[in-house]
Design a protein around this ligand. Structure first.
Ligand SMILES: Nc1ncnc2c1ncn2[C@@H]1O[C@H](COP(=O)(O)OP(=O)(O)O)[C@@H](O)[C@H]1O
Ligand SMILES: [Mg+2]
Length: 409
C-alpha cells in the first residue's frame, strides 16, 4: 500500500500542521534531555497524521515505541501487564520508551471500568513519555483525561499541500497523473491525507487510456464521491440524492457498487443484504432497457443507492479505497481492438480462409449490404442471431461493420 510505503519517517517530512509538529519536536527534545513533559493528546480528524507523527517522533529520536490501540483497551489484564512495567523501567539498555495510546477515544465503558483507572494511573505517574491520540478531544468518554494531558490539535491538511504530495508520490511510482485528477482527489478528500493517498493508488492502477476510453476522465472522481455517500452514510436520502445529482451513468455505477461491496462492507449479513438490493436494482435496470419503460430506472436507482446504503449498519471499512470494476477493465482493454474493422476481419480470417485485407476490402462491404437488406425483411433480431451462430460476430461487431462501411459508400 502506498500509505505504508510513503509513511513519513520524520516530523519535518510531514505536510500541514507546522506549528503542531514543532510542538512535538519540542516534546521530543525535552524527553531527550531527560525531562518528563506532560503527556500530549494529539486530536483531530482521521488521516491527518496523528499516528504517523508519533511513529516519526520515536523513529527520529531513537525512542522505543510501545503502541496500544483500540482493541487493547478492552482487556484490562493485557493493559496492566504491558503498561505498568513500562512506566517503571528505564527500558531495555536504558532506552526511552515512548508510550502511544492510539485512538484512546475508542475506549469503551461497556467493556471494563478497570481500563480507565489503569490508564489514568499510567498517564499520571509514568516515568516514560506518553502520547495519546483521539479524533474528538471533547468526547465525554475521555473527559477523565483532560486534567492530565496537554492537547495538541491536528487540523485538516490544505488541498494544495495534499496535491503536491500526490504529485510527488506519483513521480516516485513512475505513474503519471494529470494535475486535474490530482487536484480533484485532493479536494475530495477534505484534508484527509490517508484517503487521498489511497485514491491515488486506485487511480494509478488504472491506465490513462482506460479513463479516456470510458469517457470518465472527470467522472471517476465523482464516482468515488457517490460511492462514499452510498457506503458511508447508511442513510436513505443522502445516498439517493448523491446518485440523482451526479452525472454517473446508472449501469456504470452498478458495476462500481458491485465490485466494491465486499471492499467496504465487512459484516457478512451486511454484504448479503447489499447484494440482494444490487441484484434487485439490476433486474429493474434490465427490465427498463428491455421494455423501454424508463420508469423502472427509478426503482433501479433507489435500490442501488438507498437500498445498498441502508444495508450497512456502521460496520464499514474505513479504507476509502475503491477498485476499478474488473468487468469494465477487461472490456475496455480489448474493446477498441475488438471493434476495429481490422480486429473483426482477423477473427473472420480462419472461418473464411482469407486474409484480413481481403476480408475488409472485399467481403465486408457486401456483408453490410446483405445484412441491411436481410434485416429489413426478416427483422434485426433474427439476422443477428443467425450471424452469431455462423460467425461468432456479436451485435456490437455487426454495428461496427454497418457504420464503418455506411460512412464509406
Ligand atoms: N501530514 C501528513 N503528511 C504526510 N503523510 C501523511 C500525513 N497524514 C497522513 N499521512 C499518510 O496517511 C497515513 C495515515 O495517517 P495516520 O497518521 O494514520 O492518520 P491518523 O492517525 O491521523 O488517522 C500515513 O501513514 C501517511 O502515509
Ligand atoms: Mg491513527
Amino acid at each position: 500500500m502506498l500509505c505504508e510505503r510513503y509513511a513519513p519517517n520524520t516530523l519535518n517530512s510531514m505536510i500541514g500542521n507546522r506549528g503542531t509538529l514543532d510542538r512535538l519536536l519540542e516534546f521530543g527534545t525535552a524527553v531527550q534531555k531527560g525531562r518528563r513533559p506532560k503527556p500530549l493528546m494529539l486530536y483531530g480528524p482521521s488521516g491527518t497524521g496523528k499516528t504517523a507523527a508519533a511513529h516519526a517522533l520515536a523513529y527520529s529520536y531513537g525512542f522505543v515505541l510501545l503502541e496500544l490501540n483500540a482493541s487493547d483497551y478492552r482487556d484490562v489484564e493485557t493493559l496492566k501487564r504491558v503498561l505498568i512495567p513500562a512506566t517503571r523501567s528505564r527500558g531495555l539498555f536504558s532506552k526511552t520508551i515512548l508510550i502511544l495510546l492510539d485512538e484512546i477515544d475508542e475506549l469503551s465503558k461497556k467493556f471494563d471500568t478497570g481500563a480507565e483507572s489503569t490508564i489514568l494511573n499510567v498517564v499520571g505517574k509514568s516515568m516514560q513519555p506518553i502520547l495519546l491520540t483521539a479524533n474528538d478531544y471533547w468526547d465525554p468518554k475521555i473527559s477523565f483525561l483532560r486534567n492530565h494531558v496537554e492537547r495538541l490539535e491536528f487540523r485538516r491538511v490544505p488541498d494544495e499541500q495534499i496535491f503536491l504530495l500526490l504529485k510527488k508520490i506519483a513521480r516516485f511510482e513512475n505513474g503519471s497523473i494529470s494535475d486535474e485528477i490530482a487536484r480533484g482527489i485532493a479536494r475530495r478528500c477534505n484534508g484527509d491525507v490517508r484517503s487521498a493517498v489511497n485514491d491515488l493508488e486506485a487511480m494509478l492502477g488504472a491506465s490513462p487510456e482506460l479513463f479516456e476510453h470510458l469517457g470518465i476522465r472527470d467522472t471517476k472522481i465523482e464516482i468515488f464521491g457517490v460511492l462514499d455517500k452510498i457506503f458511508g452514510s447508511s442513510n436513505f436520502d443522502i445516498a439517493r440524492n448523491a446518485v440523482m445529482r451526479s452525472n454517473v451513468d446508472l449501469g456504470m455505477l452498478m458495476e462500481w457498487v458491485s465490485e466494491n461491496i465486499s471492499k467496504r462492507y465487512i459484516a457478512k449479513e451486511t454484504r448479503s443484504r447489499a447484494y440482494e438490493n444490487l441484484s434487485a436494482a439490476s433486474r429493474f435496470y434490465e427490465k427498463a432497457s428491455r421494455t423501454n419503460y424508463y420508469g423502472y430506472l427509478r426503482y433501479a436507482s433507489v435500490l442501488l443507492s438507498s437500498g445498498v446504503s441502508l444495508s450497512g449498519n456502521g460496520s464499514i471499512s474505513m479504507l476509502r479505497q475503491y477498485t476499478f470494476p474488473q468487468h469494465i477493465r477487461r472490456l475496455s482493454a480489448t474493446k477498441r481492438e475488438r471493434l476495429s474493422i481490422g480486429g473483426i476481419a482477423s477473427r473472420l480470417s480462419p472461418i473464411l480462409h482469407s486474409s484480413r485485407k481481403e476480408i475488409s476490402n472485399n467481403y465486408l462491404p457486401y456483408f453490410r449490404l446483405i445484412v441491411e437488406r436481410a434485416m429489413k425483411s426478416s427483422g434485426e433480431a433474427e439476422v443477428l442471431s443467425s450471424i452469431e451462430r455462423h460467425s461468432g460476430l456479436m451485435k456490437e461487431d455487426v454495428d461496427a461493420i454497418l457504420s464503418y462501411y455506411h460512412d464509406r459508400t
